[in-house]
Design a protein around this ligand. Structure first.
Ligand code: GLA
Length: 427
Protein backbone atom coordinates (compact mmCIF):
# COMPACT_ATOMS: atom_id res chain seq x y z
CA UNK A 1 0.00 0.00 0.00
CA UNK A 2 1.14 3.46 -0.81
CA UNK A 3 2.60 5.58 1.92
CA UNK A 4 1.08 9.00 1.94
CA UNK A 5 3.41 11.92 2.00
CA UNK A 6 1.64 15.02 3.10
CA UNK A 7 3.84 18.02 3.44
CA UNK A 8 1.22 20.68 3.83
CA UNK A 9 -2.46 19.93 3.57
CA UNK A 10 -3.73 20.55 0.08
CA UNK A 11 -0.29 20.49 -1.46
CA UNK A 12 0.83 17.80 -3.83
CA UNK A 13 4.42 17.60 -4.91
CA UNK A 14 5.49 16.75 -8.38
CA UNK A 15 7.02 13.34 -8.93
CA UNK A 16 5.73 11.57 -5.86
CA UNK A 17 2.56 10.60 -7.56
CA UNK A 18 4.02 8.69 -10.47
CA UNK A 19 6.16 6.24 -8.59
CA UNK A 20 3.54 4.18 -6.81
CA UNK A 21 3.51 0.42 -7.01
CA UNK A 22 0.40 -1.41 -8.20
CA UNK A 23 -1.82 -2.29 -5.28
CA UNK A 24 -2.55 -5.86 -4.33
CA UNK A 25 -5.85 -5.51 -2.61
CA UNK A 26 -8.37 -6.11 -5.41
CA UNK A 27 -10.48 -9.21 -5.09
CA UNK A 28 -10.77 -11.86 -7.78
CA UNK A 29 -14.26 -10.60 -8.51
CA UNK A 30 -12.87 -7.13 -9.10
CA UNK A 31 -10.26 -8.56 -11.44
CA UNK A 32 -12.90 -10.42 -13.44
CA UNK A 33 -14.94 -7.28 -13.66
CA UNK A 34 -11.95 -5.39 -14.97
CA UNK A 35 -11.06 -8.07 -17.48
CA UNK A 36 -14.58 -8.32 -18.79
CA UNK A 37 -14.35 -4.67 -19.86
CA UNK A 38 -17.48 -2.69 -20.58
CA UNK A 39 -19.35 -1.50 -23.63
CA UNK A 40 -17.21 0.77 -25.71
CA UNK A 41 -17.46 4.40 -24.83
CA UNK A 42 -16.75 6.37 -27.97
CA UNK A 43 -14.08 8.97 -27.76
CA UNK A 44 -15.18 12.53 -28.35
CA UNK A 45 -14.76 13.10 -32.09
CA UNK A 46 -12.68 16.25 -32.11
CA UNK A 47 -11.28 16.26 -28.62
CA UNK A 48 -7.56 16.85 -28.28
CA UNK A 49 -7.40 13.97 -25.80
CA UNK A 50 -8.65 11.59 -28.50
CA UNK A 51 -5.62 12.47 -30.57
CA UNK A 52 -3.25 11.58 -27.76
CA UNK A 53 -5.18 8.61 -26.50
CA UNK A 54 -2.39 6.05 -26.78
CA UNK A 55 -1.73 4.62 -23.33
CA UNK A 56 1.11 6.46 -21.73
CA UNK A 57 3.00 4.76 -18.95
CA UNK A 58 3.63 6.79 -15.87
CA UNK A 59 5.64 9.67 -17.16
CA UNK A 60 8.74 10.74 -15.35
CA UNK A 61 9.09 14.11 -17.02
CA UNK A 62 6.48 16.59 -15.95
CA UNK A 63 5.48 20.09 -16.90
CA UNK A 64 4.74 22.10 -13.83
CA UNK A 65 3.66 25.58 -13.00
CA UNK A 66 4.86 25.77 -9.41
CA UNK A 67 2.24 28.31 -8.38
CA UNK A 68 -1.12 27.19 -9.59
CA UNK A 69 -1.04 24.01 -11.59
CA UNK A 70 0.82 20.76 -11.27
CA UNK A 71 0.57 18.00 -13.80
CA UNK A 72 2.40 14.84 -14.64
CA UNK A 73 2.08 14.73 -18.42
CA UNK A 74 0.01 15.90 -21.37
CA UNK A 75 -1.37 12.52 -22.40
CA UNK A 76 -4.99 11.59 -22.00
CA UNK A 77 -4.37 9.29 -19.04
CA UNK A 78 -3.23 11.86 -16.54
CA UNK A 79 -3.83 13.80 -13.37
CA UNK A 80 -3.52 17.48 -12.66
CA UNK A 81 -3.83 19.35 -9.42
CA UNK A 82 -4.66 22.95 -8.56
CA UNK A 83 -5.89 25.09 -5.70
CA UNK A 84 -9.70 25.07 -5.39
CA UNK A 85 -10.13 27.50 -2.49
CA UNK A 86 -9.49 28.17 1.16
CA UNK A 87 -11.43 27.14 4.22
CA UNK A 88 -12.40 29.94 6.65
CA UNK A 89 -9.51 28.85 8.89
CA UNK A 90 -7.06 29.36 6.02
CA UNK A 91 -6.43 25.74 5.09
CA UNK A 92 -6.14 25.24 1.36
CA UNK A 93 -8.44 22.96 -0.61
CA UNK A 94 -7.00 21.18 -3.64
CA UNK A 95 -8.73 19.93 -6.77
CA UNK A 96 -7.34 17.01 -8.74
CA UNK A 97 -8.50 16.25 -12.28
CA UNK A 98 -8.23 12.64 -13.40
CA UNK A 99 -8.50 11.69 -17.09
CA UNK A 100 -8.50 8.35 -18.83
CA UNK A 101 -7.85 7.51 -22.49
CA UNK A 102 -11.53 7.38 -23.45
CA UNK A 103 -12.82 10.81 -22.54
CA UNK A 104 -13.84 10.03 -18.97
CA UNK A 105 -12.72 12.80 -16.68
CA UNK A 106 -13.43 13.75 -13.10
CA UNK A 107 -12.59 16.42 -10.59
CA UNK A 108 -12.21 15.60 -6.92
CA UNK A 109 -11.47 17.96 -4.05
CA UNK A 110 -9.96 17.03 -0.72
CA UNK A 111 -12.77 18.80 1.15
CA UNK A 112 -15.18 15.91 1.79
CA UNK A 113 -13.50 13.87 -0.95
CA UNK A 114 -16.18 15.45 -3.12
CA UNK A 115 -16.46 14.52 -6.80
CA UNK A 116 -17.36 17.91 -8.22
CA UNK A 117 -17.43 17.03 -11.93
CA UNK A 118 -17.66 13.76 -13.84
CA UNK A 119 -17.48 13.86 -17.62
CA UNK A 120 -18.47 10.90 -19.77
CA UNK A 121 -19.18 10.77 -23.50
CA UNK A 122 -22.75 10.15 -24.64
CA UNK A 123 -23.65 7.61 -27.35
CA UNK A 124 -22.49 10.03 -30.06
CA UNK A 125 -19.23 10.77 -28.28
CA UNK A 126 -20.30 14.15 -26.94
CA UNK A 127 -18.86 14.75 -23.46
CA UNK A 128 -21.13 15.86 -20.64
CA UNK A 129 -21.07 16.30 -16.87
CA UNK A 130 -23.22 13.65 -15.18
CA UNK A 131 -23.01 14.68 -11.52
CA UNK A 132 -24.66 17.45 -9.56
CA UNK A 133 -22.30 19.87 -7.86
CA UNK A 134 -21.15 23.44 -7.48
CA UNK A 135 -18.71 25.86 -9.07
CA UNK A 136 -16.76 26.93 -6.00
CA UNK A 137 -15.83 26.04 -2.44
CA UNK A 138 -18.06 28.59 -0.74
CA UNK A 139 -21.14 26.95 -2.26
CA UNK A 140 -20.03 23.60 -0.87
CA UNK A 141 -19.46 25.20 2.54
CA UNK A 142 -22.81 27.03 2.54
CA UNK A 143 -25.27 24.31 1.70
CA UNK A 144 -24.35 20.96 0.31
CA UNK A 145 -26.91 18.13 0.43
CA UNK A 146 -23.94 15.73 0.26
CA UNK A 147 -23.33 16.29 -3.49
CA UNK A 148 -20.46 13.97 -4.48
CA UNK A 149 -19.16 13.46 -0.94
CA UNK A 150 -17.64 10.66 1.09
CA UNK A 151 -20.06 9.77 3.87
CA UNK A 152 -18.94 8.62 7.32
CA UNK A 153 -18.56 7.41 9.96
CA UNK A 154 -22.01 6.06 9.38
CA UNK A 155 -23.91 6.47 6.14
CA UNK A 156 -27.65 6.85 6.62
CA UNK A 157 -29.59 7.12 9.88
CA UNK A 158 -29.09 6.02 13.47
CA UNK A 159 -32.28 6.39 15.52
CA UNK A 160 -32.06 9.23 18.01
CA UNK A 161 -28.27 9.13 17.51
CA UNK A 162 -28.08 6.45 20.18
CA UNK A 163 -26.64 2.98 20.47
CA UNK A 164 -24.85 0.78 22.98
CA UNK A 165 -21.73 -1.34 22.64
CA UNK A 166 -20.97 -3.93 25.33
CA UNK A 167 -23.48 -2.27 27.63
CA UNK A 168 -22.01 1.21 27.24
CA UNK A 169 -24.35 3.85 25.75
CA UNK A 170 -23.28 6.45 23.25
CA UNK A 171 -25.04 9.63 22.17
CA UNK A 172 -24.15 10.92 18.72
CA UNK A 173 -24.86 14.33 17.29
CA UNK A 174 -28.39 14.56 15.87
CA UNK A 175 -28.81 16.41 12.59
CA UNK A 176 -31.94 14.94 10.96
CA UNK A 177 -34.78 15.71 13.32
CA UNK A 178 -34.10 13.53 16.36
CA UNK A 179 -31.87 11.20 14.37
CA UNK A 180 -28.25 11.03 13.30
CA UNK A 181 -27.67 11.17 9.53
CA UNK A 182 -24.53 10.62 7.44
CA UNK A 183 -22.02 11.00 10.27
CA UNK A 184 -23.57 13.99 12.03
CA UNK A 185 -23.18 17.75 11.97
CA UNK A 186 -19.59 17.63 10.75
CA UNK A 187 -19.42 14.29 8.96
CA UNK A 188 -16.62 13.11 6.69
CA UNK A 189 -18.27 15.10 3.88
CA UNK A 190 -17.12 18.27 5.68
CA UNK A 191 -13.57 17.25 6.59
CA UNK A 192 -10.36 18.23 4.88
CA UNK A 193 -8.68 15.00 3.79
CA UNK A 194 -5.07 14.45 2.86
CA UNK A 195 -5.02 13.72 -0.86
CA UNK A 196 -2.31 12.17 -2.97
CA UNK A 197 -2.68 11.63 -6.73
CA UNK A 198 -1.07 8.64 -8.42
CA UNK A 199 -0.70 7.13 -11.85
CA UNK A 200 -0.29 3.48 -12.85
CA UNK A 201 -0.02 1.85 -16.28
CA UNK A 202 -3.78 1.86 -16.99
CA UNK A 203 -5.24 4.06 -14.31
CA UNK A 204 -4.94 7.28 -12.39
CA UNK A 205 -6.33 8.11 -9.01
CA UNK A 206 -6.18 9.78 -5.66
CA UNK A 207 -5.67 8.38 -2.21
CA UNK A 208 -7.55 10.25 0.51
CA UNK A 209 -6.93 9.79 4.20
CA UNK A 210 -8.45 11.19 7.36
CA UNK A 211 -8.04 10.50 11.08
CA UNK A 212 -11.37 10.81 12.86
CA UNK A 213 -10.53 11.42 16.51
CA UNK A 214 -12.05 9.57 19.45
CA UNK A 215 -15.33 11.26 20.38
CA UNK A 216 -15.88 12.98 17.04
CA UNK A 217 -19.65 13.50 16.62
CA UNK A 218 -19.98 11.19 19.66
CA UNK A 219 -18.34 8.08 18.14
CA UNK A 220 -15.90 6.01 20.15
CA UNK A 221 -12.30 5.43 19.07
CA UNK A 222 -9.74 7.00 16.79
CA UNK A 223 -10.69 5.88 13.31
CA UNK A 224 -8.04 6.01 10.58
CA UNK A 225 -9.81 6.13 7.22
CA UNK A 226 -8.48 5.74 3.72
CA UNK A 227 -10.46 6.09 0.49
CA UNK A 228 -8.89 5.41 -2.89
CA UNK A 229 -10.54 6.59 -6.10
CA UNK A 230 -9.08 4.93 -9.23
CA UNK A 231 -10.15 5.89 -12.75
CA UNK A 232 -9.25 3.13 -15.20
CA UNK A 233 -8.94 2.90 -18.95
CA UNK A 234 -11.81 0.37 -18.71
CA UNK A 235 -14.09 3.32 -17.97
CA UNK A 236 -14.54 2.52 -14.33
CA UNK A 237 -14.20 4.61 -11.25
CA UNK A 238 -13.22 2.15 -8.52
CA UNK A 239 -13.52 3.28 -4.94
CA UNK A 240 -11.97 1.42 -2.03
CA UNK A 241 -12.84 2.33 1.54
CA UNK A 242 -10.68 1.17 4.46
CA UNK A 243 -10.61 1.93 8.16
CA UNK A 244 -9.01 0.80 11.41
CA UNK A 245 -9.87 1.77 14.95
CA UNK A 246 -8.53 1.60 18.49
CA UNK A 247 -12.01 1.15 20.08
CA UNK A 248 -15.05 -0.71 18.82
CA UNK A 249 -17.16 1.64 16.72
CA UNK A 250 -19.85 1.44 14.04
CA UNK A 251 -18.56 2.20 10.52
CA UNK A 252 -20.61 2.44 7.33
CA UNK A 253 -18.87 4.44 4.62
CA UNK A 254 -20.28 5.31 1.24
CA UNK A 255 -20.15 7.75 -1.68
CA UNK A 256 -23.00 10.21 -2.20
CA UNK A 257 -22.75 11.34 -5.83
CA UNK A 258 -26.00 12.57 -7.36
CA UNK A 259 -26.28 11.56 -11.00
CA UNK A 260 -28.18 12.96 -13.92
CA UNK A 261 -27.04 11.08 -17.01
CA UNK A 262 -28.65 13.67 -19.29
CA UNK A 263 -26.76 16.47 -17.51
CA UNK A 264 -29.89 18.35 -16.39
CA UNK A 265 -33.64 18.05 -16.02
CA UNK A 266 -35.76 15.44 -14.30
CA UNK A 267 -34.37 11.94 -13.69
CA UNK A 268 -37.82 10.34 -13.86
CA UNK A 269 -37.26 9.00 -17.39
CA UNK A 270 -33.97 7.32 -16.49
CA UNK A 271 -34.43 3.54 -16.71
CA UNK A 272 -33.29 1.87 -13.49
CA UNK A 273 -32.61 -1.74 -12.62
CA UNK A 274 -31.83 -2.82 -9.04
CA UNK A 275 -31.46 -6.58 -8.64
CA UNK A 276 -32.91 -6.63 -5.12
CA UNK A 277 -35.83 -8.76 -3.95
CA UNK A 278 -36.28 -6.92 -0.65
CA UNK A 279 -36.05 -3.53 0.99
CA UNK A 280 -35.71 -2.59 4.65
CA UNK A 281 -39.06 -0.79 5.11
CA UNK A 282 -39.01 2.33 7.25
CA UNK A 283 -41.22 4.05 9.77
CA UNK A 284 -41.27 7.67 10.82
CA UNK A 285 -38.01 9.56 10.24
CA UNK A 286 -36.97 6.92 7.70
CA UNK A 287 -35.76 4.59 10.46
CA UNK A 288 -36.04 0.91 9.46
CA UNK A 289 -38.70 -1.12 11.22
CA UNK A 290 -36.27 -4.06 11.40
CA UNK A 291 -38.24 -6.17 8.93
CA UNK A 292 -37.44 -7.06 5.34
CA UNK A 293 -40.19 -6.43 2.80
CA UNK A 294 -40.50 -8.20 -0.56
CA UNK A 295 -40.51 -5.83 -3.55
CA UNK A 296 -42.71 -8.13 -5.65
CA UNK A 297 -45.95 -6.40 -6.58
CA UNK A 298 -44.81 -3.02 -5.16
CA UNK A 299 -43.37 0.16 -6.71
CA UNK A 300 -40.01 -1.00 -5.31
CA UNK A 301 -39.63 -3.80 -7.82
CA UNK A 302 -36.77 -2.68 -10.09
CA UNK A 303 -35.59 -6.22 -10.86
CA UNK A 304 -36.61 -5.54 -14.45
CA UNK A 305 -35.52 -2.09 -15.59
CA UNK A 306 -38.24 0.58 -15.51
CA UNK A 307 -38.40 4.35 -15.55
CA UNK A 308 -37.70 5.80 -12.11
CA UNK A 309 -40.89 7.84 -12.49
CA UNK A 310 -43.16 5.00 -13.56
CA UNK A 311 -44.49 4.12 -10.11
CA UNK A 312 -43.13 6.97 -8.01
CA UNK A 313 -46.57 8.55 -7.51
CA UNK A 314 -48.37 5.27 -6.82
CA UNK A 315 -50.31 5.21 -3.54
CA UNK A 316 -47.88 3.36 -1.28
CA UNK A 317 -47.11 3.77 2.42
CA UNK A 318 -43.33 3.45 1.94
CA UNK A 319 -43.24 5.97 -0.92
CA UNK A 320 -45.23 8.35 1.24
CA UNK A 321 -42.76 8.06 4.12
CA UNK A 322 -39.80 8.62 1.79
CA UNK A 323 -41.52 11.36 -0.26
CA UNK A 324 -40.50 9.12 -3.14
CA UNK A 325 -37.70 6.54 -3.18
CA UNK A 326 -35.33 6.94 -0.25
CA UNK A 327 -34.90 3.31 0.72
CA UNK A 328 -32.36 0.64 1.33
CA UNK A 329 -32.47 -2.28 -1.13
CA UNK A 330 -31.03 -5.61 0.00
CA UNK A 331 -28.42 -6.95 -2.44
CA UNK A 332 -27.00 -9.91 -0.54
CA UNK A 333 -28.18 -12.26 2.16
CA UNK A 334 -24.70 -12.72 3.55
CA UNK A 335 -21.84 -10.28 3.86
CA UNK A 336 -18.75 -11.15 1.84
CA UNK A 337 -16.34 -9.39 -0.49
CA UNK A 338 -17.87 -10.48 -3.81
CA UNK A 339 -18.83 -7.64 -6.11
CA UNK A 340 -22.48 -7.54 -7.14
CA UNK A 341 -24.49 -5.19 -9.29
CA UNK A 342 -26.22 -2.58 -7.14
CA UNK A 343 -27.88 -0.72 -9.99
CA UNK A 344 -27.85 -0.17 -13.72
CA UNK A 345 -29.21 3.08 -15.14
CA UNK A 346 -29.83 3.96 -18.79
CA UNK A 347 -30.70 7.49 -19.84
CA UNK A 348 -32.53 7.07 -23.16
CA UNK A 349 -31.80 10.40 -24.86
CA UNK A 350 -28.02 10.44 -24.28
CA UNK A 351 -27.61 6.65 -24.33
CA UNK A 352 -25.42 6.88 -21.24
CA UNK A 353 -25.34 3.85 -18.98
CA UNK A 354 -24.11 3.84 -15.40
CA UNK A 355 -23.58 0.63 -13.48
CA UNK A 356 -22.84 0.63 -9.78
CA UNK A 357 -21.10 -2.46 -8.38
CA UNK A 358 -20.28 -3.13 -4.77
CA UNK A 359 -19.38 -5.72 -2.17
CA UNK A 360 -21.73 -4.03 0.32
CA UNK A 361 -24.93 -5.88 1.31
CA UNK A 362 -27.33 -3.07 0.35
CA UNK A 363 -27.80 0.11 -1.62
CA UNK A 364 -29.76 3.23 -0.70
CA UNK A 365 -31.69 4.47 -3.72
CA UNK A 366 -32.61 8.13 -3.26
CA UNK A 367 -34.60 9.84 -5.99
CA UNK A 368 -33.63 13.42 -5.14
CA UNK A 369 -36.90 14.11 -3.32
CA UNK A 370 -35.51 16.94 -1.22
CA UNK A 371 -34.17 18.88 -4.20
CA UNK A 372 -36.61 21.73 -4.77
CA UNK A 373 -34.99 24.15 -7.20
CA UNK A 374 -33.41 26.29 -4.50
CA UNK A 375 -29.87 25.12 -5.30
CA UNK A 376 -28.02 26.00 -8.48
CA UNK A 377 -24.61 24.74 -9.51
CA UNK A 378 -22.54 24.63 -12.69
CA UNK A 379 -25.24 26.63 -14.48
CA UNK A 380 -28.00 24.14 -13.64
CA UNK A 381 -30.91 24.70 -11.28
CA UNK A 382 -31.41 21.54 -9.25
CA UNK A 383 -35.14 20.98 -9.39
CA UNK A 384 -37.24 18.33 -7.71
CA UNK A 385 -35.87 14.87 -8.63
CA UNK A 386 -33.20 16.22 -10.94
CA UNK A 387 -30.59 13.86 -9.50
CA UNK A 388 -30.55 10.36 -8.06
CA UNK A 389 -28.16 8.56 -5.73
CA UNK A 390 -27.23 4.90 -5.48
CA UNK A 391 -25.31 4.65 -2.21
CA UNK A 392 -23.95 1.17 -1.47
CA UNK A 393 -23.84 0.58 2.28
CA UNK A 394 -24.98 -1.57 5.19
CA UNK A 395 -28.56 -1.20 6.35
CA UNK A 396 -29.59 2.01 8.12
CA UNK A 397 -29.75 2.00 11.93
CA UNK A 398 -27.82 -1.27 12.13
CA UNK A 399 -26.32 -0.33 15.54
CA UNK A 400 -29.86 -0.67 16.94
CA UNK A 401 -31.02 -3.66 14.89
CA UNK A 402 -29.67 -6.99 16.11
CA UNK A 403 -30.93 -8.91 13.05
CA UNK A 404 -29.09 -6.71 10.51
CA UNK A 405 -25.52 -7.61 9.44
CA UNK A 406 -23.18 -5.94 11.92
CA UNK A 407 -21.43 -2.64 11.24
CA UNK A 408 -19.11 -2.83 14.24
CA UNK A 409 -15.40 -2.47 13.62
CA UNK A 410 -13.12 -3.72 16.38
CA UNK A 411 -9.50 -2.93 17.13
CA UNK A 412 -7.23 -5.19 15.09
CA UNK A 413 -9.76 -5.51 12.24
CA UNK A 414 -9.71 -3.63 8.94
CA UNK A 415 -12.95 -2.27 7.53
CA UNK A 416 -13.04 -2.69 3.78
CA UNK A 417 -15.69 -1.82 1.20
CA UNK A 418 -15.70 -1.33 -2.54
CA UNK A 419 -17.88 0.65 -4.91
CA UNK A 420 -17.37 0.76 -8.67
CA UNK A 421 -19.04 3.17 -11.09
CA UNK A 422 -18.88 1.72 -14.58
CA UNK A 423 -19.59 3.99 -17.56
CA UNK A 424 -20.74 2.91 -21.00
CA UNK A 425 -23.30 3.81 -23.64
CA UNK A 426 -26.10 2.15 -25.53
CA UNK A 427 -27.37 3.48 -28.83
C1 GLA B 1 -29.61 10.29 1.76
C2 GLA B 1 -30.80 10.17 2.62
C3 GLA B 1 -31.83 11.12 2.18
C4 GLA B 1 -31.31 12.52 2.16
C5 GLA B 1 -30.10 12.56 1.27
C6 GLA B 1 -29.48 13.92 1.30
O1 GLA B 1 -29.78 9.67 0.58
O2 GLA B 1 -31.31 8.86 2.67
O3 GLA B 1 -32.94 11.06 3.03
O4 GLA B 1 -30.93 12.90 3.44
O5 GLA B 1 -29.17 11.62 1.67
O6 GLA B 1 -30.39 14.95 1.19
Amino acid sequence: MTILISSRLGETRQGQAVTLRPRKSFSVAMLLLLLSGCGPVPQPAASPSAQTAAATPAASAATTDPHTMKQNNHAALSWQSKVFGQLPDGREVTLVTLKNNHGVELDVINYGGIITRLITPDATGKPGDIVLGYDNLSQYLDNNPYFGAIIGRFGNRIAKGQFAIDGKSYQLATNDGDNHLHGGVQGFDKKLWQMQPFQQADSVGVELSYLSPDGEEGYPGNLQVKVIYTLTNNNELQMQFQATTDQTTPVNLTQHSYFNLAGAGSILEHQLEIPAAQITPVGAGLIPTGELQAVAGTPFDFRTAKAIGRDIEVEDAQLKLGLGYDHNFVLKATVDDSLVLAGRVLEPTSGRVLEVWTDEPAVQFYSGNFLDGSLTGKGVQYGHRSGFCLEPQHYPDTPNQSTFPSTLLKPGETYSAQIVYRFSTKS
